[in-house]
Design a protein around this ligand. Structure first.
Ligand code: BTN
Length: 256
């Protein structure tokens, strides 16, 4: 943990760090700390998770020591429906950091996946707590496949990749972490000045302007991914012309 602090170039983000070699889920630990009053910017980071959580109730698999597994605490002043803006700034900071450090082309896939050359290399799980209709905390959990041999996880083969797999060499998790946290801090400052990240985020999404299938817990819909709104919802134009605003789901591309 001292080594994490050594290269940290932030004033808020990661000023309090809670490191575990192994835990259940960084999101779960940080939600407990948030309930106990932990300050904004608290970072929970682990080398291994026994119960890593993905979106839509899925598991997040990561062998020990090969990924960045972390959760960051925000206590924003804005309305609960704007919490997705924090996911946007974190995913943009990740994409910038990956491109800057490795030169790999990093794309974002709605709602919050990090993609490299058509394969998933990371994901974000954002969870928030509200009191009396106001955001009490937002926990942004980030999982990045940094030095992961995908062959070690047969269930992910063909769908997932890692930075080391794409580059043919290992990437420093520490350096990547420092750049990501600095990027999040800069973007959080502009968010607090009232600037919305949504246009930059939309421009980086790889699945807009395409025919897609959106799978939700309620079923699947096929349509044209027309755009996203400032709160992060996907605007899907259905074959009948009607528009649907989707907040959750998984997107599969149907054609080029
Ligand atoms: C997804 O793509 O489904 C989201 C994956 C999010 C995984 C990260 S790993 C660190 C943090 N702690 C968790 O339990 N999940 C998130």
């Amino acid at each position: 943990m001292e080594s994490i602090k050594r290269g940290l170039k932030t004033a808020l983000i990661g000023q309090r760090i809670v490191y575990y070699s192994s835990l259940g889920s960084t999101n779960e630990v940080l939600k407990e700390l948030a309930a106990q009053g932990a300050p904004e910017g608290t970072l929970v980071i682990a080398d291994e998770q026994a119960a890593g959580k993905g979106r839509l109730g899925r598991q997040w698999l990561a062998p020990s020591g090969a990924s960045l597994l972390m959760s960051l605490l925000f206590r924003p002043y804005f309305a609960p429906n704007q919490a997705q803006r924090l996911t946007m700034i974190c995913s943009l900071a990740i994409a910038d950091a990956v491109e800057g450090l490795t030169g790999l082309p990093a794309g974002l896939k709605w709602p919050n996946d990090i993609f490299i050359r058509g394969r998933k290399a990371g994901g974000i799980l954002t969870e928030s707590g509200t009191t009396g209709g106001r955001l009490d905390y937002v926990v942004v959990g980030m999982g990045l496949n940094v030095n992961l041999a995908i062959s070690a996880l047969p269930e992910l083969r063909g769908m997932a990749t890692s930075f080391s797999q794409e580059l043919g060499r290992e990437v420093s998790r520490l350096e990547l972490l420092w750049i990501i946290l600095a990027g999040i801090e800069t973007r959080y400052e502009s968010l607090r000045r009232g600037e919305s990240p949504h246009e930059e985020w939309a421009a980086r999404l790889i699945n807009l302007g395409r025919q897609v299938q959106v799978t939700t817990p309620q079923g699947a819909l096929v349509g044209w991914a027309e755009g996203v709104d400032a709160d992060g919802a996907l605007i899907l134009r259905l074959p009948g012309g009607q528009r649907k605003r989707m907040l959750v789901g998984d997107v599969t591309l149907r054609s080029r």
